[in-house]
Design a protein around this ligand. Structure first.
Ligand SMILES: Cc1cc2nc3c(=O)[nH]c(=O)nc-3n(C[C@H](O)[C@H](O)[C@H](O)COP(=O)(O)OP(=O)(O)OC[C@H]3O[C@@H](n4cnc5c(N)ncnc54)[C@H](O)[C@@H]3O)c2cc1C
Length: 314
């Protein structure tokens, strides 16, 4: 059995999710990385350090890579193999296409994977994280899409693995899409997905600009990243890149401060594994208090300015 880890190159480096998956998979034995991108000695060395024993590299240039990557991967993945994917757009696209080519199921949204006996057991959470489902795959290959940050990426001591170049297969019209332009959203402060402290704002902030300002100010004083609910993003107060939750980012900071957030399950799945959760909401019955370690029942426009004042007075 070989474990495959899908890795899409991002800014010249392996994706964060591939390093998390390698850390989990390396204790199972051989781990082959299917790498999509131009590649470099540094990127391959990092993959080796995190546990890759071989790398198969496909450089699709400016072509949309999912169709060709899935076709090439389907020739490599054997019947008793496991293929692990993160939740990036390309990764999910490849996982779906690969499962169709291999005639196997995709187990998605995984929060844990356990190899025991002749079964691969994959956990995922449903109903806003209140119920855990364990699915046992008795036949391979097994394609699993894993949620971000469920495994912590930890470097090991592996050397640079051998790298094999994979030819770009001809997939006809499916491979005709081309990337014309890449847009990098400008952001200030710490990276939301890596920040140790996140201040999240919800509809309870009441609006953009002046109304939103306390969230940004509190985050600035704490060296925190700013996050938001979908309600706030849909209202156009902040960009989508700040959205936390089921259809946004997953964060796992040491401290999450929720300001005017009700705690809908679609938001909770993106932040409930934070270390310490502080909630400020004027409604004592708000669901966010059910997962908060510390709760303040009050108006965000009184509580947050008071917090800012106390921090500024330090
Ligand atoms: C398929 C699907 C996917 C979704 N994906 C996401 C997702 O990824 N992320 C996400 O966040 N949501 C997502 N949602 C939306 C989600 O269901 C909720 O609608 C959303 O999270 C609510 O955002 P909110 O807490 O800001 O707003 P609300 O639910 O309106 O809550 C506002 C809260 O602010 C409090 N409040 C109001 N005024 C004040 C005040 N002055 N002081 C203190 N508290 C105050 C209220 O008591 C209330 O609890 C998704 C929904 C669907 C159907």
């Amino acid at each position: 059995m070989t474990t495959w880890v899908f890795c899409e190159e991002q800014n010249g480096a392996p994706s964060a999710s591939s390093l998390e998956l390698l850390t989990k998979a390396r204790s199972w034995g051989d781990v082959a990385v299917f790498y999509v991108g131009a590649g470099s000695d540094e990127a391959f060395a990092a993959l080796g350090e995190y546990g890759a024993t071989t790398i198969h590299q496909l450089d699709a240039g400016d072509a949309l890579p999912a169709a060709v990557a899935a076709a090439a991967m389907s020739d490599l993945v054997a019947a008793d193999d496991i293929a692990l994917f993160g939740m990036g757009y390309t990764a999910r696209d490849v996982a779906g296409r690969l499962s169709a080519r291999l005639g196997c199921t995709v187990l998605s949204n995984a929060t844990d994977i356990d190899l025991g006996g002749d079964q691969v057991r994959v956990s995922n959470e449903i109903l806003g994280g209140t119920t855990r489902v364990i699915t046992a795959a008795t036949e391979g290959p097994v394609v699993v899409v894993v949620r971000p940050k469920v495994f912590a990426a930890e470097a090991g001591e592996g050397a640079i693995p051998p790298v094999t170049t994979v030819a770009v297969p001809d997939v006809g019209h499916a491979g005709a899409g081309t990337v014309l332009e890449r847009h990098v959203e400008e952001s200030e402060g710490p990276d939301l997905e890596a920040a140790a402290i996140v201040v999240g704002g919800g509809r309870g902030m009441g609006g953009a600009d002046d109304k939103w300002e306390p969230v940004a100010k509190l985050a600035g004083l704490l060296g925190a990243a700013v996050g938001a609910t979908r309600a706030v993003v849909d209202a156009g107060w902040v960009p989508y890149s700040l959205q936390i939750g089921q259809t946004g980012k997953t964060v796992k900071p040491d401290v999450y401060i929720a300001c005017g957030i009700s705690g809908a399950m679609q938001h909770l799945v993106g932040m409930k594994d934070s270390g310490l959760i502080v909630a400020i909401n004027k409604d004592a019955e708000a669901p966010i208090f059910s997962i908060a370690d510390l709760g303040v029942v009050g108006d965000v426009h009184k509580v947050v300015p008071a917090l800012i004042e106390a921090l500024e007075a330090r």
